[in-house]
Design a protein around this ligand. Structure first.
Ligand code: ZN
Length: 280
């Protein structure tokens, strides 16, 4: 499996779901072993768990006073497409555009632009089973022959406790939009979050129904979105993963705990020299 980048520079523009401001990102190709990094106000921020500064309703990266929010959907799509090297330059705003709330538009624009490089991809193999926990939520990681992610959860009154999985087919998760509950909207706004949220970029869930007139894109769309978030957060390990990750009611904070544990323990090995280098 080889590393990849893009054939040419690409632009994503749209509102940031939390900031409510228009963001514009230029996505530039990079050479082997650069990794994925953001460039905000002249500061490079590697797309690495080491630079996570908040996991409150989205994953936020920061370094030297610069920050970039809501990186997880784009990161998930890049990971699933096997794209390892890019600079994502924010020339307006400090949040990755939410677009339709899923990974679909990123995928649509990226899919015919993948460029294979001449260095092998770095792969981190999970060697031992372990678990991270927070109250009722837990996530386990265990050895497996390939990368597989499972999310188990429910949406009160709408989706019973069930599991969805990703084992290589991007179409299983890329369409699933972000969501929130109607009772959360006011609370999020009070905290300065979701200022750009609307029925155009999020599913809003009431008691047993959704407010979006078009309904859900699949009967388990919110669970599949949680899977998208998990893949995006896992990608912050900085290389590809070999192993099975199973989340039971987990979210960004616990995803982060898992990634940190995996990267900083002896529970895994890396097939080539090291993870994508981050000299900053
Ligand atoms: Zn999300």
């Amino acid at each position: 499996m080889m590393q990849a980048t893009l054939k040419d520079t690409l632009v994503f523009e749209g509102i940031g779901v939390h900031s409510g401001e228009v963001s514009k990102a230029l996505v530039h190709p990079e050479k082997e072993n650069t990794g994925i990094r953001f460039l905000v106000k002249g500061v490079y921020i590697p797309a690495s768990y080491r630079y996570v500064v908040s996991t409150d309703h989205s994953t936020v990266l920061g370094f030297e006073g610069a920050r970039v929010s809501t990186v997880e959907h784009l990161m998930a799509v890049l990971y699933m497409m096997g794209i390892d090297n890019l600079t994502i330059e924010l020339i307006k705003g400090y949040e990755v555009p939410i677009l339709d709330g899923s990974g679909y538009y990123f995928y649509k624009e990226l899919k015919d632009r993948v460029y294979t490089l001449s260095e092998p991809a770095r792969i981190l193999s999970i060697e031992d089973r372990f678990e991270v926990k927070n109250c009722k939520a837990y996530i386990s990681a265990e050895p497996a022959d390939a990368f597989e992610v499972i999310y188990t959860g429910y949406v009160k009154g709408l989706i019973e406790l069930s599991s969805v999985n990703y084992s290589g087919n991007i179409r299983d998760v890329v369409f699933a939009r972000t969501f929130c509950y109607d009772y959360e909207v006011e609370y999020l706004m009070e905290r300065g979050l979701a200022k750009g949220g609307s029925l155009k970029n999020a599913l809003v869930i009431g008691n047993g129904f959704v407010y979006n007139p078009e309904g859900m894109r699949s009967k388990d769309e919110p669970l599949r979105h949680k899977l998208l978030d998990l893949i995006g957060d896992l990608s912050l390990i900085g290389c590809r993963l070999k192993g099975k990750v199973s989340s039971h009611l987990g979210g960004h904070s616990l995803n982060y705990e898992l990634v940190k544990t995996l990267a900083e323990s002896s529970l895994s090995t890396i097939s080539t020299s090291s993870c994508v280098s981050t000299p900053w």
